[in-house]
Design a binder for this molecule. Structure first.
Ligand SMILES: [Fe+2]
Ligand SMILES: [Fe+2]
Length: 140
């Protein structure tokens, strides 16, 4: 059996506590889903989707609190990731091998590129706004 590398390593930390913690929780949920027995899969993929939805709500709220909003392409990628989980859930009823392939290969690729690009840009905005607010308040 092939060794499964973690979904994200330390180089995918973006420098925001809430977002990095969410990513770790999602990575853990994903790891369980790719290492489970077929009978456990519906529960674990449902859980993974829920974790991701919660995380996407966090990112949306953090951007709004910083005075911005997630761009269309960022939101589209969130939906693509949720759709991929849904596809894996549907596939698991008929093709377990294909299900695992989607989750072990397509999903990590998308998650890693999303974090490295979209999330990194969002965090840059959030952290920059926070530093500017601190300066205005004379806290810096
Ligand atoms: Fe994220
Ligand atoms: Fe994101």
């Amino acid at each position: 059996m092939a060794v499964i590398r973690p979904l994200i390593g330390s180089r995918y930390q973006v420098g925001h506590e809430v977002i990095d913690t969410d990513h770790k929780i999602i990575a853990d949920g994903w790891f369980r889903a790719v290492n489970c027995e077929p009978i456990q899969f519906p529960f674990l993929i449902g859980r993974l989707k829920k974790l991701m939805k919660t995380h996407f709500e966090h990112e949306t709220a953090l951007m709004q609190m910083a005075g911005g909003m997630l761009c269309d392409c960022h939101r589209t990628e969130h939906q693509t990731l949720l759709d991929l989980c849904e596809r894996a859930a549907v596939l698991s009823n008929t093709n377990w091998q294909r299900t695992q392939s989607v989750l072990r290969h397509q999903f990590p690729k998308l998650v890693r590129s999303h974090i490295a690009c979209m999330d990194q840009v969002a965090v840059l905005f959030i952290n920059t706004q926070a530093r500017a607010a601190q300066k205005l308040d004379g806290r810096d």
